[in-house]
Structures are given as structure tokens and as C-alpha cells.
Design a protein around this ligand. Sequence first.
Ligand SMILES: Nc1ncnc2c1ncn2[C@@H]1O[C@H](COP(=O)(O)OP(=O)(O)OP(=O)(O)O)[C@@H](O)[C@H]1O
Length: 360
Amino acid sequence: MFIKNLQLLSYRNYENISINFEKNVNVFMGDNAQGKTNILESIYYCAFAKSHRTNKDKELISWDKERALISLNIAKERLDKKIDISIFKDGKKGIKVNSIKINKIGELVGVFNVVMFSPEDLKIAKESPGIRRKFLDMEISQLNKKYYYSLVQYNKILSERNTVLKKNNAEESMLDIYDIQLSKYGEYIIKQRIEYLNNLNSHGKQIHRDITSGKEEIEFKYINSFKITENISEDMLKALSKDRKKDIERRITNIGPHRDDFSIFINDMDAKNYASQGQQRTAVLTIKFASLQIIKDIMGEYPVLLLDDVLSELDFNRKRYVLSSINNIQTIITCTGIEDLYNYLDPNAKVFKVKKGAII
Ligand SMILES: Nc1ncnc2c1ncn2[C@@H]1O[C@H](COP(=O)(O)OP(=O)(O)OP(=O)(O)O)[C@@H](O)[C@H]1O
């Protein structure tokens, strides 16, 4: 799939712009704080109805305006799609797909697939488990609606369970009901995450060898917050029951997929503790390129790749790997200069200059 056109109205520092994209490589070049990331952010928003860098939608609306509008025209192999999103100051949003209003975000997720690589993604390799869970949840949700809905349900039940735990004298009969429901959704979530990591291993291992010229082996391993066997929902139910006293004491649910994690091993060493910054960056690059392949396998076509200011941080070989691996993948790159990319850039690449919310 590829984006044909993007229109922004009152979106951050864009008053009213329309951009026609090249099918392959598009580069947005400009000094800092001119509006390059804002373009990628608005595209990402059309995939998840969420910004990649803020939870406060209000920030996306131009300061002196009441409403922002994003319109994205996408060419897909089967049927072209048009996504229109209005974001209002009071936190509400209106979403249309092919001019038909949708009521649930779940109906949007998966319509348009995207893989974003931004400097914040380095946190996947080195920071807390929540970042890695978020990565898994976003990636799997865009491939599998049932996963998205299961996650929404799981989080709702979890929050209700935690509310009961926060009361003095937690009502145990309520906890019994929540435990059964959590275990049912929990099993599905864990199974899908493990399957995703299997896919990440099957693509990522070769990609990582290619990027590191065979010097490094990578492996991804799911880490459960409780012991699992063939029957995960039963295991989870038992673990919740075993931890009930602790949960009541601490007033929070201590096990479940909301506490799981995954490890990245590079040459059998946990990247979180032992990898250099360069190795962590390469591991994330591998994850992103493997994600592209997983989406292609499942959805039948490549997603759009968004590279936000990450090329300048990569060394010569990695930069070359990226730019030689994006044939047939629409890629939108932001950077402050392209001198060092010229030799590898697709000759048909379209270069846009961004200056103070205007595109040249
Ligand atoms: N709600 C808003 N209304 C108007 N302008 C905004 C709003 N939010 C952010 N901006 C402006 O957008 C600009 C930042 O844009 P962006 O984050 O896309 O920068 P960038 O070109 O990617 O820069 P860098 O290279 O530093 O990452 C700033 O000038 C900021 O003042």
C-alpha cells in the first residue's frame, strides 16, 4: 500500500496543506522544529487514532483553532481507502473510512498499516517492560482486530479488578468473577504475543545477520509474569488465586499479560543490560524491518515505513542497509540534511523542504 495524498487542516503548525507522495521514497528535509515530525505523526495517527508521541490529542490542534483535520488517501492492492479524522478541543474525534463514519477505533485499526521508526523507539531495547508491551500491542493490533478488542476488554476488567482491590475489605466474590474473565482474555493475548515473537525471530534472525555482516545473532524471548503450560487460562487462574493475598495487600493485580515482557538477546546476552547504544539501535532496526515482513506476510502487502530522523544516527553500513532494503516499500523519511544519503537514495525519490509549517 502507499499514500497518494495527505491533507492537513489546523494540524499543529500546518494551517492548510496538501501533499502528493511518490510511490517509493519521500524525504522531508528541514531545520529543527519546522514541522517534519508533525507530518509523520499525522500519518501515524491515521493508523491508530493515536499520536506516537503524545496521549493528549488537544496538542495536535493548532493553538488558535478548535479542530484539526487529517485526510489520507491510500492506494491498496484491492481497494483504495480514504481516512478522514477530525480532532476536537474537547477530546472528541470523528473518524470516517471511505466517507463512512465509524464508531469504534477498532474499525480503523488495520485499515492502513504503518511501521514507524523514531528516536523514541530506542527505548524498546533498553527501557522498562511497558514500552515493549506497547510495541507488541500496537503491532499485533494492526494485524488482528480480535487482539485489539481482547486487549480493550482485558484492560477494562483489570481496571475494575484493581478498583475492587483498592477498597478496604476487597469483595472476594467479585475478584473470583474478574479472575475468570481476565484468564480467558489473558490466554488469547499471551498466545498472540508469543506467536508474534516467533515471527519476529523467523524474520529478525536473518535480517540481523545481514545488518551486522554475520557478526551478531539476535533472539527474542517472551517473559511471562507467571508459569505457563499448554493451558494458559487455567495457569493464569491458578496464579491469580495463589497471589490473591498479595494482590489484596498491595491493592493491585500483580500477574498477567499487563506485567509480561520480552527479552532481546544479542549473542546470548540480554541487550537491556549488556548491549552498547549502537547494538541497541541495530536491534531496534532489526525489529522494525522484521515488522515490515510480518505485515507483508499477513496482510499481503507492505505497510508504509516512516523513518523519523533516525538515519543520521546510523553508521554507513546500516544506512546503506536501510536504503537498499526499501524497494517496493513506500518510505517517508525526515532529516535535517540529505548530503550523506544522496548516493543511496532512489533516483525517483521526492524531496520536500519543510520550513515553518510550509512545504516546498
Ligand atoms: N499545536 C500546535 N500548534 C501550532 N504549532 C505547533 C503545535 N504543536 C507543535 N507546533 C510547532 O511545530 C514545530 C515542531 O514541529 P516538529 O516536531 O514536526 O519538528 P521537526 O521539524 O520534526 O523538528 P526536529 O528536527 O527538531 O525533530 C514547532 O515549531 C512547534 O512550535
